[in-house]
Design a protein around this ligand. Structure first.
Ligand SMILES: *Cc1c(COP(=O)(O)O)cnc(C)c1O
Length: 393
């Protein structure tokens, strides 16, 4: 039997990413491929940089998408800024801080960890103390929005502390970009990476990054060569840099970039403040429904991300069976817990295009039905109504 074309099921994606892709983005992806040195494509690259600066809220000239997923954006920041022997203070309050440690060590650097409990924000006081105890540290790295737990940290304050100690910052903004207030320029963040499949609602596979001039100077004045040829910004700049010769470095993922361009145009049309507000509103409605059901959040209110809702799984409920039911009967994907939170929480994403009233009501209705069928100890039949009250207020 010859193989057939692959037709994926139509899901509603309310997990930790990828999120539902805007149909306008899918349509853009299907446009004809042109050469990556075609003048029309070069024009698109220039627009892309302008649109990304808007999304990041910065004027940094080195702003571009790395041609690979968020993890490659993370690696781009570390391999370019960390040289063998460099000391990096890393704040860890979830999965992704652990990956930062891996990156530093693989670059030959020394990682000093500041650990906070999963589900809480990074503690600025502890970070300050650690930097004081390590005056030779070169970089402070932290995650703005921890997707593994649903906690947001105060990036502005952490960046201020880093500057006080003469450190550059590397900041993971994969889940915050487009979903929560992020002001790279105003806050003076130095090396920032993100992803396309969370609150930008584009397909996975690209990683927008932005670097301050201070960070670029550090990269240009390295004593050793960047150990990754592909990610060496000194080379990538010949392709993406301002006034660059557009020298061939690698073939840009042309159609993927059409998609990202469309996603960024959509964000600009909506207005970034409006996008942040929309994420807040839909979170408030989901929260009202979840709490009316008698369920609770894993993260304290002050530290909660609107785009990633960690809900405690009630005692005696079969985590995997609930998620399987949601997927099979409702075509609805929500996320499982990771690491120490596996089996303890569900992660309900309200990211980008997926952050809308229809999805909130649909998810609450489906969760109510599936949990009731499992005889879970919840208040049934009130969640949708509670969410509706938020929308009509
Ligand atoms: C998703 C995510 C990443 C990794 O992005 P990929 O595109 O999966 O490589 C990194 N950091 C955070 C906070 C994320 O949510």
């Amino acid at each position: 039997m010859p193989h057939q074309s692959f037709h994926p099921p139509e899901r509603t994606l309310m997990g930790p990413g990828p999120s539902d892709v805007n149909p306008r983005v899918l349509e853009a992806l299907a446009r004809p491929t042109i050469g990556h040195l075609d003048p029309a494509f070069v024009g698109l690259m220039d627009e892309m940089k302008v649109l990304l600066r808007y999304a990041f809220q910065t004027e940094y000239s080195l702003t571009m998408p790395v041609s690979a997923p968020g993890s490659a954006g993370m690696e781009t920041c570390f391999v370019n800024l960390v040289e063998p022997g460099d000391k990096v203070v890393i704040c860890q309050n979830g999965v992704f801080g652990g990956r930062m440690k891996e990156n530093v060590e693989r670059c030959g650097g020394v990682a000093v960890m500041v650990e906070d409990p999963w589900g809480t924000a990074v503690d600025p006081g502890k970070t300050d103390e650690t930097l004081r105890a390590h005056p030779d540290a070169k970089i402070l790295a932290f995650v703005h929005a921890e997707t593994s737990t649903g906690a947001i940290s105060d990036a502005a304050t952490l960046a201020e502390i880093a500057r006080k100690h003469d450190c550059l910052t590397i900041v993971d903004c994969v889940t915050s970009l487009g979903g929560s207030p992020l002001k790279v320029g105003e806050w003076g963040l130095d090396a920032v990476y993100s992803g396309t499949q969370k609150c930008l609602s584009c397909t996975p596979g690209l990683s927008p990054v932005t670097f301050s001039d201070r960070a670029v100077e550090v990269v240009k004045n390295r004593k050793t060569r960047v150990q990754s040829w592909f990610m060496d910004l000194n080379l990538v700049l010949g392709y993406w840099g301002s006034g660059a010769q557009r020298a061939y470095h690698h073939t840009a993922p042309i159609n993927a970039l059409y998609g990202l361009h469309e996603a960024l145009v959509i964000l600009e049309n909506e207005g970034i403040e409006n996008a942040w507000q929309r994420h807040d509103l839909n979170h408030a409605a989901l929260r009202a429904g979840i709490e009316a059901m008698g369920l609770s959040f894993a993260v304290a209110k002050a530290d909660r991300l609107p785009q990633l809702n960690s809900v405690m799984i009630p005692e005696g409920v079969d985590d995997a069976a609930v998620r399987a039911s949601l997927l099979q009967a409702y075509n609805l994907e929500i996320g499982a817990g990771l690491g120490p939170m596996a089996g303890k929480i569900w992660r309900i994403g309200l990211m980008g295009y997926a952050s809308n009233q229809t999805n909130v009501l649909f998810c609450l209705g489906a969760l109510d039905a599936v949990l009731s069928a499992q005889h879970a100890p919840i208040e049934s039949g009130v969640a949708v109504e509670a969410a509706m009250q938020v929308y009509s207020a």
